[in-house]
Design a protein around this ligand. Sequence first.
Ligand code: ADP
Length: 398
Amino acid sequence: MSKNSILVINCGSSSLKFSVINPETFDESLNGLAERLGSAQGSISWKVGGQKQSRPLGKSGHDDAIKALVDLLREQQLMACIEAIGHRVVHGGEKFTASSLITEEALKGIEDCCHLAPLHNPAHLKGIRAVKRFFPGLAQVAVFDTAFHQTMPAENYLYAIPYHLYREHGLRRYGMHGTSYRFVSKKASDMLGLDYSSSAILVAHLGNGASACAIKDGKSLDTTMGLTPLEGLVMGTRSGDIDPNVFSFLNKRCGYSLEEITDILNKKSGLLGLSEINNDCRVIEDAAKEGNAHAQLTLDVFCNVLAKKLAGFAAEMGRIDALVFTGGIGENSSLIRKNVLKRLSIFGFKVDEVINNATCRGKSGVITQADSPIAMVVGTNEELMIARDTHDLVSSLS
Ligand code: ADP
C-alpha cells in the first residue's frame, strides 16, 4: 500500500478530532472524535464508509486516545498508508508565519505561545508528544490558525494601549481561522479566474466561531478576531466587540469575578445570550419565521455587526473582487447572506434570490446577479488544507 494519506489531528483539552485524508484526491477514508478525555466516560467514535461506530475508552487521557487511534488505524488497515501527521495548532504567535515541520525548536516555539492560547496550545503539545510516542518515525507538521494573519500591517494589529505591553508581552491582534481563509480565498480566486496575487477578496467565516478577513494580493490585510477569538463579530456564544469597561461594570455592579465575566462573554453571549433561545442560528431563524421579534432582533444585530466590519474592510482594500461566505452559517443560511448583502447595497450588491435560496453546504458558487459585484459561497475545508501543507512540507524533505 502506498503512503498516500495524511493523518490530520486537532487536539483540544478534552477531545481529539482526527481524519485520514488523501491530499491529492481529497478522499477522506476515516474521520472521528475521541471525547470526554480526562473523565471516566472517555469514548472514541468514527465514521468509515458512511458507517458510524464508537467504543468506550473509560478513564483516559490524550495518550490513551492516540493509542486507541493506532488500534483503529490498524483494524481499518490504514496504518500503512499514513505518510505523515498534520496538527491543527491554534496559536503560533509572531514566530510562525507559515506551517512548520515539528522539530525540537518548533515544539519550543509552540510552548512559548502557550500564554497566548492557554486552553489550546498545551493540549496541542500533549497530542504532538503522544503522537511522537505512538507513531515513531513519522514526520509531524503544525498548521497554525494565526500564521496567515502574520502579513497584517502594524496599523492593523496594534491596539492603542501602552506600547510596552506589546513589546514585553506580545499583546496585539493575531486573528484566527487563517487555515480556512487561505483555503477559501484561493478556491474563490480559482473559481473566478482571478490572479490571486493581485486580488481583493473579503471572506466571512461564519460558524459557531465567526470572523471576517480582508485578503489583498493573496495576503491577510485585516481580520476581526484579535488577541483571542472573542474580538469582532457576534458569534454563537461569544459577544464579539464590546466596551472593555464592561468588565469593571459587571464586576462592580453585578459582583461577577474575572473568571465569571470571561465565561459570560465567551460562553453565554452572542446569539445565545442575546436571543435567550439558542446558539444555533437555525433555531433562531425558525423562531424569527414564527414571528418571534426578539429572535429577529438577534439576527439583525448579527448581520449589522458583520456588514459594518465588511464595509470597513472594503474601504481598506479599495475594491471588492469577491465577497465569500463560508462556515456552517455562511454556507447554509440564505437568510443571513441576503440580509448582510442588503446592508451592503451601497457597494451595489444585488442577490439572485433563486440561486441564493438553492445554495447550501456542498454547493459552492456565485449568489449575486450579473450586474452586481460578486458575492459567493465557498465550502471551507481546513482538514484538507492541513493535509496539503503536511504533504508539501514532508515531500520537500526528500
Ligand atoms: P464550527 O465553528 O464549530 O466549526 P460550523 O462551521 O460547523 O461550526 O457551523 C456550525 C453552525 O452553523 C451551527 O451552530 C449553526 O448555527 C449554523 N448552521 C448550520 N446549518 C445552518 C442552516 N441551515 N441555517 C443556519 N445556520 C446553520
